[in-house]
Design a protein around this ligand. Structure first.
Ligand SMILES: *[C@@H]1O[C@H](CO)[C@@H](O)[C@H](O)[C@H]1NC(C)=O
Ligand SMILES: *[C@@H]1O[C@H](CO)[C@@H](O)[C@H](O)[C@H]1NC(C)=O
Ligand SMILES: *[C@@H]1O[C@H](CO)[C@@H](O)[C@H](O)[C@H]1NC(C)=O
Ligand SMILES: *[C@@H]1O[C@H](CO)[C@@H](O)[C@H](O)[C@H]1NC(C)=O
Ligand SMILES: *[C@@H]1O[C@H](CO)[C@@H](O)[C@H](O)[C@H]1NC(C)=O
Ligand SMILES: *[C@@H]1O[C@H](CO)[C@@H](O)[C@H](O)[C@H]1NC(C)=O
Ligand SMILES: *[C@@H]1O[C@H](CO)[C@@H](O)[C@H](O)[C@H]1NC(C)=O
Ligand SMILES: *[C@@H]1O[C@H](CO)[C@@H](O)[C@H](O)[C@H]1NC(C)=O
Length: 777
């Protein structure tokens, strides 16, 4: 019973809570996309709280006038002419400032600037244009599918023409939707995931957007002009054509001529103002009245004819400074008749003052080169004259004045100014006198090859120059029949080159430093001045380090390097605008500072020397000490000592070296108590020397048999066990006559010859004069 009651309660609670959930606070709609510049409304439902709300847009409180409350639970935010591309709108409770909900408002735009052309496939010339291409603009950041629709004057329903993904252009192939008659309009529909929008309609008359094929071009050459004959594919009442022409090899300097053609599809355009015997490149394009230009036709080349009355030879000269005798060298130079001209051309050049017959110029002539001849003239004024013959008929002539040396007062241009932009040098100057008929400008970059041109105003531009090269330029005023003096500007660069390159780089390394030195290649006139050097270096891991040094320094010390590490390094020469970099160099730091190594070596040698000398000194001292032992004369028995055969020095040394009492005692003790190593004992004591009857201990145990009688270990043990513990080596020297010796149980230990023997086998050499009495036996 209670259980059912509980269940009921639970259901009631749940239902209430579900109802409560329904009445949550909320902002809607979510994820709102609107057209840029349009209006929208956002609703905030505030069931979960009492009281008023306020709005925030992109974290800024919204003007209160934009929001309104329908009743206590429904609040509306009105956004007018909204243009933000992406905005977060949040509804807050006024009292608690808590967030009741939010949404994101995004805007999208219409495609704009729709533009279409109706055109021909490549290579197709006439008939109905096959292609219809439109382009448009659209500001979007997402993927959009576009579809192009057309409405025709006879069918007002939208007809799909073409579509594109992402790309803001599409081309409809085939011309079923468009004909020449009537009017049309197209719209571009942009479709994104959340929205779709049409562009404004773009209206057009097909004839206004028809791009005709490039005209067919036919060229004719006459002595006075060139003629371009253009044929367009579709005749129209009116159309325009343009002809573009330039000298072959000089296409930048092209000229364009306009011509309006009437009715017929053919038109002739004459190109005047051309030079003789020059190849020209010509192309043309045409357009219907308002329609776009066709593409340019393929360029054709034609050679202009020789017009004798138009041929002008120009002569110019450069004069060197006079030598002591006043002789000057004159370089006479002229423009040749173009080689493309038919016929034979001969040139004569002569100095009219010297009244010689002049030089017939051919290239074998010693003083003439390619359109240049050299003369020697004296200090007087001269005039050089050039005459050109065509098939032995005079074609043209020109002359040039060479002022006398003393004519220093001739007019000269002043205030020469130059500027260089993109390899073109512009010059201007002030006129020296109103009588000037023109100016001759000559320029050279090597002093051998001269270029020159005439200008009749006080400025000019020099084009077609070599890049990053310095030119010397001279401007000379020209008068009716004379020339003035030249004014020179020197070393004008066509462009500033990068700073000079690195020639050598040397790196000297220690363990923690690297000293880098470098040299630069010879700097060109036109290369930029270096402002500073930056040395970049690093191990490849971690950051690249750099050190900047000013341009006067060409070395740097890299410090705090890690010993025994590979480094890479390069240097950058930085100029005002440019920079040049060296190749990357690799070096490894040393494992130890060589100086330190040397220091260590020296200290080490000194230490070793000191130690050695100390040791030697001690040894010497010790030896001296040993050589002068002070035996107790009271214990010595001089009478019994074997004479002659003994190396007396050795004996005491052994004794001293191995203070033997305890050792001997121990050995004997062990031997007496343990029979575990009788062999050892036997072996050991087999070498023991026992004093012979002569009581003379054998100093050389190497041949004990010689002087000692062998005795068994047992005998030895017995003997020692009986003997007193006091075993002094000196005692062994005792004779039977001494009171202790008469005891007869004395043993005498002879110590091993050398240390190794002792430590290795504990061999003992004992001289026991007691054995004389055969007590052991
Ligand atoms: C408030 O207004 C909305 C919309 O008009 C309505 O649906 C809702 O019932 C109203 N609420 C109250 C409490 O009047
Ligand atoms: C488009 O063509 C139709 C039919 O030729 C004509 O009635 C209409 O006025 C034209 N519209 C425009 C804008 O020229
Ligand atoms: C665009 O079109 C392609 C196929 O035509 C389709 O897969 C894609 O989902 C479309 N994208 C949008 C944003 O409509
Ligand atoms: C040369 O050209 C000029 C115009 O530049 C013209 O008057 C003259 O007739 C032409 N000479 C010849 C031989 O065609
Ligand atoms: C030719 O026409 C174009 C425009 O159609 C114009 O910009 C140009 O200046 C004209 N050229 C000459 C030489 O008239
Ligand atoms: C340019 O003129 C200067 C100064 O007279 C001279 O030193 C230099 O050699 C000339 N350079 C050339 C290329 O003629
Ligand atoms: C410059 O020379 C041209 C011919 O080369 C001439 O037609 C023009 O009048 C001259 N201009 C001046 C300012 O002398
Ligand atoms: C040189 O190194 C410093 C850091 O050490 C860095 O801030 C600077 O940009 C570097 N300079 C160049 C030219 O790379």
């Amino acid at each position: 019973m209670y259980f059912f009651l509980f269940l009921l309660l639970l259901i009631v609670t749940c239902t209430t809570s579900i109802e409560g959930q329904k009445k949550n606070c909320n902002v809607s709609p979510k994820d709102l996309y609107i057209l840029e510049g349009s209006d929208t409304q956002i609703l905030c439902e505030s069931f979960c709280v009492d009281g008023r709300v306020y709005w925030m847009l992109n974290n800024k409180t919204v003007n209160e006038s934009w929001s309104s409350s329908v009743n206590s639970t429904h609040h509306i935010l009105s956004l007018k002419n909204f243009t933000l591309s992406n905005a977060t709108v949040v509804c807050h409770h006024t009292d608690t400032k808590g967030v009741l909900g939010g949404t994101i408002v995004r805007t999208y735009a219409k495609p704009t600037v729709v533009d279409c052309i109706w055109h021909y496939k490549n290579g197709s010339f006439s008939g109905v244009p096959q292609l219809f291409t439109c382009t448009w603009e659209h500001e979007v950041s997402q993927k959009i599918n576009y579809t192009l629709f057309v409405i025709s004057w006879y069918n007002t329903s939208l007809q799909e023409m073409c579509s594109s993904e992402i790309a803001k252009t599409c081309t409809a192939v085939g011309s079923k939707h468009v004909t020449l008659a009537g009017n049309y309009s197209v719209t571009v529909r942009a479709k994104a995931k959340h929205w779709e929008i049409d562009s404004d309609p773009y209206k057009f008359y097909p004839r206004d957007i028809l791009q005709i094929s490039p005209p067919k071009l036919k060229l004719h050459s006459f002595t006075t002009h060139l003629l371009a004959e253009c044929t367009v594919s579709i005749p129209s009442k009116k159309y325009y054509c343009q002809v573009k022409y330039s000298k072959v090899g000089d296409e930048r300097q092209s000229e364009v001529l306009n011509k309006t053609l009437e009715a017929s599809g053919k038109g002739n355009i004459s190109i005047e103002n051309i030079e003789s015997c020059i190849y020209y490149k010509v192309s043309a394009r045409c357009a219907w009245d308002k329609a776009p230009w066709s593409k340019w036709s393929r360029a054709q080349t034609i050679l202009s004819q020789l017009n004798k009355s138009n041929v002008k030879t120009h002569l110019w000269r450069k004069v060197t400074e006079p030598e002591k005798n006043g002789t000057r060298k004159v370089y006479a130079m002229w423009t040749e008749i173009p080689s493309a001209c038919h016929g034979t051309f001969t040139y004569f050049i002569r100095d009219t003052v010297s009244q010689d017959n002049g030089i017939q110029v051919d290239y074998n002539h010693h003083s003439c080169g390619n359109s240049i001849c050299t003369f020697n003239v004296n200090e007087e004024a001269h005039r050089l004259k050039l005459i050109v013959f065509h098939n032995e008929e005079m074609l043209s002539e020109d002359s040039v004045y060479v002022p006398a040396v003393e004519e220093t007062g001739l007019p000269q241009v002043s205030n020469m100014q130059t500027s260089t932009i993109q390899g073109v040098i512009s010059l201007c100057w002030d006129a020296p006198s109103p009588l000037v008929r023109g100016y001759m400008i000559d320029w050279t970059h090597d002093g051998y090859e001269y270029y020159w041109k005439e200008s009749n105003c006080t400025s000019t531009t020099l084009e077609g120059l070599l890049d990053k090269v310095a030119y010397n330029i001279t401007v000379t005023p020209l008068f009716e029949d004379k020339t003035g003096l030249g004014t020179q500007v020197v070393q004008i660069c066509t462009a500033i080159a990068a700073p000079a390159n690195f020639s050598t780089i040397t790196v000297e390394v220690t363990d923690k430093t690297a000293s880098v030195r470098w040299m630069m290649q010879h700097q060109d006139l036109c290369s930029e001045n270096i402002v500073r050097y930056i040395v970049f270096y690093g191990t490849g891991q971690g950051p690249q380090l750099n050190i900047t040094v000013n341009s006067t320094n060409k070395e740097v010390l890299l410090k705090n390097l890690i010993p025994y590490t590979h480094y890479n390094m390069y240097i950058k020469a930085v100029a005002q605008t440019g920079a040049s970099e060296s190749d990357v160099r690799y070096f490894s730091t040393k494992s130890l500072d060589p100086k330190l190594v040397i220091k260590l070596l020296i200290i080490g040698s000194i230490t070793i020397f000191l130690v050695l000398s100390t040791v030697i000194c001690c040894a010497v001292q010790y030896r001296k000490f040993l050589e002068n032992p002070l035996p107790d004369p009271g214990l010595s028995s001089v009478a019994l000592w074997p004479s002659g055969t003994h190396q007396k020095g050795m004996f005491p040394f052994r004794l001293f070296n191995y203070p033997s009492e305890s050792l001997c005692a121990r050995v004997y003790l062990e031997d007496s108590r343990t029979t575990s190593s009788p062999d050892v004992c036997q072996e050991e004591y087999s070498g023991l020397g026992f004093a012979s009857k002569s009581n003379i201990p054998k100093e050389r145990p190497d041949d004990p048999e010689e002087a000692f009688t062998q005795s068994s270990s047992r005998e030895c043990t017995e003997l020692l066990a009986n003997g007193s513990g006091q075993l002094s080596p000196y005692r062994s020297q005792g004779s039977v006559e001494s009171p202790t010796q008469s005891y007869g149980k004395e043993s005498k230990c002879l110590l091993p010859v050398n240390h190794q023997q002792l430590t290795a086998s504990l061999a003992m050499y004992v001289t026991v004069d007691i054995f004389e009495q055969d007590q052991c036996r």
